[in-house]
Design a protein around this ligand. Structure first.
Ligand code: PLP
Length: 359
């Protein structure tokens, strides 16, 4: 990134500094494509996962129309990231004749393939299906190959939000028409991502202007950010699950009534989403932070109120338990000592809350 910043040239310029900046962008494109199992020319750099999802949804609908066809059915899993849910809802409101349906998930947080099969059979018309590769709250890995196989029997396109999966588990973009990526989920910088677009899949630009990114996304490229994305992609290796597994085993012995979400499903190796039944998530996040243990609440906060997660709601988790949901993510640099510290802080918090309740 420092090297790219030092160049300073615009990658669209033909002079030497421009060509040097272009080389940084194209090297990164190769690295990101290699990690995603895609061709470099199919990678469109964006400002992140949110923009990649928005571009895929709006760009597919508009692109299909420009090609003289129409997407009339939009199927979105109930556990998608807000960037998919919000754009899908806005698109359905504005695109004439586009029907939006939600694909339910099982209590383990896995997309219900029978329900998707039934939804696809119910109607006619070109479909766009959005199912993420792995969920950002539970880490539950989704059956993308099965979704793609189901969709083969129908006319349609598949958007896979692989933001959480890429760089953590093996993932190949080849099963999907559109794949969203974000650099900061694999150790790269924030504010840069990509959409991988299968050759021939419709895609109209949502950001128009200078025609960068082969006309798919106008605007001078974020050269340093893209270089950082490429560097992170080059060194990304699948993470082992050992720390997460030890953490959960010790958590269970320290807090026997802990609820671990998606425990029976295949999950990302670094994610643990659980509820300490007696402890509110907000209290826990603050108390653990004081001990130097940084965890996320499984719930989204808006205007000071805890809003139970739509993911846990879709998994039929009772609201009283969802309000206690915490998420721990391990990174490439996490250690056994980190697990010890987290378990010790959580056990102390749990017994403090229990003894206060007893008193
Ligand atoms: N999709 C998923 C599954 C995510 O977890 C996130 C971010 O948390 C996004 C999309 C959005 O990515 P970005 O933060 O790069 O906009």
């Amino acid at each position: 990134m420092e090297r790219a910043l030092a160049i300073g040239g615009n990658p669209s310029s033909v002079h030497g500094q421009g060509r040097a900046a272009r080389a940084e962008v194209e090297q990164a494109r190769e690295a990101v494509a290699a990690l995603a199992g895609a061709r470099a020319q199919d990678v469109v750099f964006t400002s992140g996962g949110t923009e990649a999802n928005a571009l895929a949804l709006w760009g597919a609908a508009q692109g299909a129309m420009e090609a003289g066809t129409r997407i009339t059915r939009l199927f979105v899993s109930a556990i998608e990231h807000d960037s998919v849910l919000a754009n899908a809802a806005a698109l359905a409101e504005r695109a004439p004749g586009l029907r939006l349906e939600t694909i339910p998930v099982t209590s383990d947080g896995v997309v219900d393939l029978d329900a998707l099969r039934a939804l696809l059979r119910e109607g006619k018309g070109r479909a766009l299906v959005a199912v993420m590769a792995a969920n950002n709250e539970t880490g539950v890995v989704q059956p993308i190959a099965d979704v793609a196989a189901l969709l083969k029997e129908h006319e349609g396109y598949l958007l896979v939000d692989a933001v959480q999966a890429i760089g953590k588990i093996p993932f190949a973009a080849s099963t999907a028409d559109y794949v969203s990526l974000s650099a900061h989920k694999l150790g790269g910088p924030q504010g840069v991502g990509a959409l991988v677009v299968r050759e021939g899949a419709p895609l109209a630009a949502t950001m128009r202007g200078g025609g960068q990114e082969r006309g798919h996304r106008a605007g001078t490229e974020n050269v340093a950010g893209i270089a950082g994305f490429g560097a992170a992609a080059k060194v990304a290796t699948p993470l082992p699950a050992a720390l997460r597994d030890r953490f959960e085993a010790e958590l269970r012995s320290a807090v026997p009534d802990v609820v671990i979400f998606g425990e029976k499903a295949t999950r990302l190796p670094n994610t643990s989403n659980f509820a300490l039944p007696a402890v509110g998530a907000e209290t826990a996040v603050m108390a653990l932070d004081l001990e130097g243990v940084m965890v996320s609440s499984g719930s989204a906060c808006s205007s000071g109120k805890v809003k139970p997660s739509h993911v846990l709601h879709a998994m039929s988790v009772p609201e009283s338990i969802a309000r206690s949901a915490l998420r721990v993510s391990f990174g490439w640099n996490s250690t056994d000592q980190d697990v010890d510290a987290a378990i010790s802080a959580i056990s102390q918090l749990q017994s403090r809350v229990r003894s206060r309740a007893a008193a």
